[in-house]
Structure formats: C-alpha cells, structure tokens
Design a protein around this ligand. Structure first.
Ligand SMILES: *Cc1c(COP(=O)(O)O)cnc(C)c1O
Length: 239
C-alpha cells in the first residue's frame, strides 16, 4: 500500500515534470484534490500534508465534509470547490461556503448563483464548464456548455458583480486522445481571455490525463484517484 504522502509527492512530481517539459513554471499549476466518496477523515489526512484545496461533485457531500472540518484547528483554511452538476435550487449552501464552482454550464445557473451571492454578500469564483464533445463530436457526454455557447456564458458571468470569472473547466472526452481536446479548450480559453483578461485559469486534467492538460496550459488539475486510490464502486460516483 502506498501512503497518502507518497501519492501526493508522486502527483506533484508528475505535474512539475509536465510543466517543465512544456517550458512552463510548475508553480503556475495548482493541485485540486478531488475527495468525492472519501471521508472527512481522508480529507483531514491529506490536508495535514499541506493540501488546502479540495473538490466534491455533489452538494451534499461538499457541505457535509466542509462542516465536519470547519472548526478543525489542525487543518485551517481549507478551500472548497464544486466540480459536479449544480441544480439551481441547491446553490445557497454552496455560496454560503464560498466554494469555487467549476461547473457553470447554463445562463439560469449564472442568475441563481449571482442572486445567492448577493444575498450572502459574497463574491463567488466560478469557472464555465465546456463540453469538449465525444469522438464523433457529439455533445452531452460529460457535462458542460457547448463551445459555441461559452463566450456568451462567460459574458453573463462577467456582468454579474457578485461573480468572478476565473476561466474555463473541462473533462476530456471518453474514447478520444485527451491532447487534441485540451488544445480545443486552450483555444477557447484564449478567446474568452481576449474579452475577459481576468479569466486566466484553466481547470483541466485528472489522474489519467493531467500531463496532457498541463502541456496544453492547465493551471488547475483536479486529481482524485492518484491521490486517494480507486474509488469504491458506487452507482453515483459522478462519472
Ligand atoms: C472525479 C472527478 C475528477 C477526478 O478524477 P480522477 O480520475 O479520480 O482523478 C476530476 N474532475 C471531475 C469533474 C470529477 O468528477
């Protein structure tokens, strides 16, 4: 059995090697630990090694783990992120947590987040999620807005004073090499950045494809399995 510390070191080394190979500064690429299906205890153990940013794909799990660790003096300053589908009627607890939302994929969700952020008197960091399509170019397999809709969605986020557009997020399509998909994401990111210079982040890359994402310019990689191990098989692990 490898330890959490070994896994964290190995993942960080993969990120750093990929960044250097691409002529990038490794410090530009931040690691987001995806703790879905793992316990608050597991999160605490990784946090004790210095990891501060954690992501969940379900609101209930996000809120539960954040609450369990909120008052823990051993792991201060944890930052939470939501990387899964968000329903409009579930935005309030996410906003209350000040979680970064990586999965903004439609205009009504932008409105709901902005209203909730206004109520909570917070400014919320958000990413627009892009559907990179499948091998045949079909959309809808892994969530996100169609690329053609992304610029207007980014405009809508940028126009809401309560939301801060950080950039774009995507999951590589199944059944296709990730590199060309991440290149499409990079091109779209550059286009969005031309209108919104503050949208400097690209959230892409998971345990199996983080090198390709870093090569294409990812600034945030979202890693679960390579840190915590293989998730127990559940019907709703969110994949
Ligand atoms: C589960 C998940 C990840 C992490 O995937 P691993 O392959 O376990 O690293 C990253 N992003 C999203 C959106 C996820 O749902």
């Amino acid at each position: 059995m490898t330890s959490l510390a070994d896994n964290l070191r190995a993942v960080r080394a993969r990120i750093d090697d990929a960044a250097r190979a691409a002529g990038r500064d490794p410090a530009e690429v931040r690691l987001l630990a995806v703790s879905k299906t793992w316990s608050a205890e597991d999160v605490r153990a990784l946090a004790a090694l210095g990891q501060r940013h954690f992501a969940e794909n379900r609101v209930q799990e996000l809120v539960g783990k954040a609450a369990a660790l909120a008052e823990d003096p051993a792991v201060p300053g944890l930052r939470w992120h939501l990387v899964g589908q968000l329903q409009r009627n579930k935005v309030a607890p996410v906003v209350r947590l000040g979680a970064t939302v990586h999965s903004v994929d439609r205009a009504p969700l932008v409105t709901a987040l902005a209203r909730a952020a206004e109520r909570e008197q917070r400014v919320l960091d958000v990413f627009v999620q892009v559907d990179l399509g499948g091998p045949e170019g079909e959309l809808g397999s892994r969530g996100g807005a169609a690329p053609v809709d992304v610029p207007s969605l980014a405009d809508a986020v940028a126009e809401a004073p309560e939301l801060r557009l950080r950039g774009l997020m995507a999951v590589a399509p199944r059944g296709e090499e990730p590199a060309p998909a991440f290149e499409r994401l990079a091109a779209l990111s550059a286009r969005v950045r031309a209108d919104h210079p503050g949208a400097t982040e690209t959230s892409a890359g998971m345990s199996g494809d983080l090198e390709a994402a870093v090569t294409a310019g990812a600034t945030v990689v979202r890693v679960g399995t390579a840190l915590f191990g293989t998730r127990p098989l559940t019907s709703d692990a969110g994949e």
